[in-house]
Ligand binder design. Structure first.
Ligand code: C5P
Length: 238
């Protein structure tokens, strides 16, 4: 598979064209941003760790019937994926209140909720990814009713599978963000990454944060936390 020119560069990843029009190569960088790009830095080896972490999670989800863009891990930082048009929505699931929800509803971080909460945000950097609802998504042409139904059904299944997977590794899945893409044929696939950049992961016993909040909140030991997540996933895969 030949890596051709870069077609997109985001905050944490680059996307390259390949000699197959249906496939792209995703390259993971060490760059980290928070607060919609206001805070910038690098986390050593983050690209390598997130590439491998995301692929391990995707392999687990695929084994349990979730369709994703992942085709093959090519090397430490590159993965071959199905080319999709990203649906411009950030789909967030909250199993506990934390982060922006704790601030919005003036609740303690870690507050329990009766059922998982699903939110959608309009993926638009200039607007700061505002929280919207289904009416906005449909009215603004971001997704159709049918696509939203499919996205919500897949998201709930992904949450159930991930709650179990992380729990078996001694980790509480507090919340996470996922994105979906449309293939050329119009099929909806889980795309982008799932990693400590996009999830809140707390050690079940100590409550220690093992995710990007360590970077966002200047808590230190960021790389160590990502490595801890990687090594627990690696043990699980064996
Ligand atoms: O900041 P907030 O509490 O809304 O984040 C909810 C979840 O979504 C967190 O796990 C966070 O890491 C993730 N997220 C993300 N990318 C964003 C916004 C949130 O991965 N742009």
């Amino acid at each position: 598979m030949e890596k051709l020119e870069m077609i997109y560069e985001g905050k944490a990843k680059q996307i390259y064209r390949t000699d197959d029009e249906n496939l792209v190569i995703i390259h993971y960088k060490d760059d980290a941003t928070a607060g919609n790009g206001e805070k910038r830095g690098t986390i050593e080896n983050k690209g390598v760790l997130n590439n491998k972490i995301s692929n391990m999670i995707y392999r687990y989800l695929m084994k349990h019937g979730i369709q994703t863009h992942l085709v093959e891990e090519l090397n430490d930082r590159d993965s071959l994926c199905t080319k999709v048009d990203i649906v411009p929505l950030e789909v967030i699931v909250r199993n506990l209140v934390a982060g922006s929800a704790a601030a919005r509803y003036k609740m303690e971080e870690g507050t329990k909720v009766l059922t998982p909460i699903m939110e959608i945000c309009w993926k638009d950097d200039n607007l700061g990814d505002p929280l919207i609802n289904d009416y906005h998504a449909i009215a603004f042409g971001l997704a159709t009713r049918e696509e939203l139904d499919e996205i919500y059904a897949q998201t709930l299944k992904i949450n159930d599978l991930m709650l179990k997977m992380w729990d078996e590794m001694g980790i509480q899945l507090v919340d996470f963000k996922i994105e979906f893409g449309r293939t050329k044929e119009g099929q909806i696939l889980l795309a982008d990454e799932i990693s400590p950049d996009t999830c809140r992961l707390w050690d079940k016993h100590t409550g220690e944060k093992l995710d990007k909040d360590r970077f966002r909140r200047d808590m230190g030991n960021v790389e160590e936390a990502y490595k801890e997540i990687f090594s627990r996933l690696e043990k699980k895969e064996d």
